[in-house]
Design a protein around this ligand. Sequence first.
Ligand code: CP3
Length: 361
Amino acid sequence: MPGGQPDNATNPKLSEKPFLRLLTQGPKAPLPATPPVWLMRQAGRYLPEYRKVREEAGGFLNLCYNPKRAAEVTIQPIQRYGFDAAILFSDILVVPDALGQPVRFETGEGPRLDPITDPSGLSILDPSNTDKIYSHIYESVERIKGELPDETTLIGFCGAPFTVATYMIAGRGTPDQAPSRMFAYKYPDAFAQLIDMLVDSSIEYLCGQIRAGAEVVQVFDSWASVLPDDEFIKWCQEPMVRIVAGVRQYHPDVPIIGFPRAVGPLYEDYIDKTGVNAVGCDTSLPLTWIRDKLQSRTVVQGNLDPILLLNGGPQLEHRVKRIIETLSNGRHIFNLGHGIIKETPPEHVTRLMELIRGSAS
Ligand code: CP3
């Protein structure tokens, strides 16, 4: 059962947490001198200390399901860089694994699942027994919460139903998500059944993370942009409306960040209809458009190009300055437009933090 526990409204540490404060205060409250900052995939292979723990854990999912190690790698980037938020170390594919479709991560390759190729394939899924897997993750959240500095906000997360479904149907990452798009056209009722199951399980999973100590949650819809607008509304936006309502029913004060990556003009209606407290902005959105169309609606997060962070140098300095100048008159969380790339030199992140924290005018 979701529910329980008081949330941010009664959190005595709220005022010490710049990231949480920005997300919970209204548009009229004073802005921080520099934007709060964290990076998508900030815990990961670009860090030597992560690679060491990953090797000891013997496999990526073993790392996700080992609360002690998961907590350790979650906190590594906080210790190194002092980000304003930590994101729980886990993966969006924990949800299919918990539903009974086993997930494997083979070294050097992406995730692998036995694909669901037609409606009969859905029969393996059992939403009644997910706690066996989710409980490991909740334990990680509790541990992380106990070990984080007071000023750091803890973010929980899940994948959006459509993005998770693309892996369940194709059994792996694909360049264009064609298998799930075909499935949705061919078997719309079965696809709706899968999306509904993922909506319910995501609500349960996010509420469990919040009860365990997550202070903000983010929903990653990394592949939303492959859909035509009417399909986007049906399979991405409407499910997100239900996830937001489902989580808020039990935790009305916990901010929810939506990330419908690369959907361009569809961001506006997505914000209005879902009522998310913030949106992750991908690298393709023009900064002045983010300022004029999105920042007036909600908090914006983003949108440095991960390739530019990989490259570093004067172009990085110039762009970071432009992002901050353009978005600093409204509510902005500094982040990348997508996850950090594993070849990124850790010193480039050090430089990025100097640029952001030194940007107060
Ligand atoms: O941001 C963080 O630091 C928290 C952890 C996190 C991971 N995955 C760890 C991870 C988060 C938030 C995710 C989300 C995720 N996972 C998404 C949505 C965001 C996005 O990047 O679009 C998606 C699509 C996945 C699915 C997934 N997991 C893929 C396609 C891969 C393989 C690609 C790759 O980068 O290796 C993963 C593996 C994965 N998830 C790794 C990490 C650190 C690398 C695994 C390893 O250490 O070998």
